[in-house]
Design a protein around this ligand. Structure first.
Ligand code: NAD
Length: 252
């Protein structure tokens, strides 16, 4: 096992499923202790059991609702109490747009998508930065999306939230770089997860053929590897990027 993150502590939100689960596993595989946080208790506990058995890693599940600032503060506090540090955070919990099109999007859809996908990331960054500023070091990666870089049809509200995540990432990156904290974002294209299965249903496979020059969707592990790299010392000079991990979708 590669132990390049040995002795470091990682926190992953939305770790019960999809990209978050794969990233929590990748952190553990690389030797980090992992706090896996999610609103889904059963999924989160199962993922932690898997990590402990497969990777002999230190891992704990923490229940969180990222839309609730107090719940997020408690998540960061618990991570530091349990593991003694917080070195790396992946702010990943997210939900799909429920609207078929921007002009029929409801207030409820706006509130839901914004509160999880944008405000949730803000809550997480605030609580993590409070800790990392005292420690004088840390790496944060936010999960944006290709929809945070370009306009994607039927993703209007989601895209607005994800452009906001890129904005938060860049502003924090330039503000906190000199204090030892690197902040970056990943911008995945189409990834095979519960979120995309729910959003696109039977159309998913056909859609993935057109989604990018590779002609396929990503597996969650392919995003996880980019996140682990951005958090590692190998990315020590990488600050404030919104890194497309999208099979070339935004390049064309
Ligand atoms: P997923 O549905 O598999 O996982 C999302 C996780 O977030 C779930 O475990 C869910 O319980 C958790 N979650 C949702 N709301 C929460 C809340 N309020 N508090 C705490 N946890 C909450 O989805 P995924 O595809 O792995 O998506 C993860 C992230 O990646 C999201 O931010 C999504 O927007 C982003 N993303 C996904 C894709 C894709 O194609 N799948 C592409 C680009 C970006």
């Amino acid at each position: 096992m590669d132990r390049r993150l040995g002795s470091k502590v990682a926190l992953v939100t939305g770790g019960a499923s999809g990209i978050g689960r794969a990233t929590a596993i990748a952190f553990a595989r690389n030797g980090a202790a992992v706090a896996l946080a999610d609103a889904d208790v059963a999924g989160g506990e199962e993922a932690v059991r898997h990590i402990k058995t497969q990777y002999d890693a230190r891992a704990v599940f923490i229940k969180v609702d990222v839309t609730d600032a107090e719940s997020v503060k408690a998540m960061v506090r618990s991570t530091v109490e349990l593991f003694g540090a917080l070195d790396m955070a992946f702010n990943n919990a997210g939900v799909p747009d429920r609207a078929a099109s921007l002009h029929v999007s409801t207030q409820e859809n706006w509130d839901h998508v914004m509160s999880v996908n944008l405000e949730g990331v803000w809550h997480c960054m605030k609580a993590q930065l409070d800790h990392m500023l005292v420690a004088g070091k840390g790496a944060i990666v936010n999960n944006a999306s290709r929809s945070g870089l370009v306009g994607v049809p039927s993703d209007g509200v989601y895209g607005a939230a994800k452009h906001g995540v890129v904005g938060l990432t860049k502003a924090a990156a330039v503000e906190f770089a000199a204090k030892g904290i690197r902040v970056n974002a990943v911008c995945p294209g189409l990834v095979e997860t519960a979120l995309t299965r729910a959003r696109f249903g039977d159309e998913l496979v056909a859609r993935s053929r057109m989604a990018n020059p590779l002609g396929r969707m990503a597996q969650p592990e392919e995003i996880a590897d980019a996140v682990v790299w951005l958090c590692s010392d190998e990315a020590s000079f990488v600050v404030g990027v919104a890194l497309p991990v999208d099979g070339g979708a935004t390049a064309r």
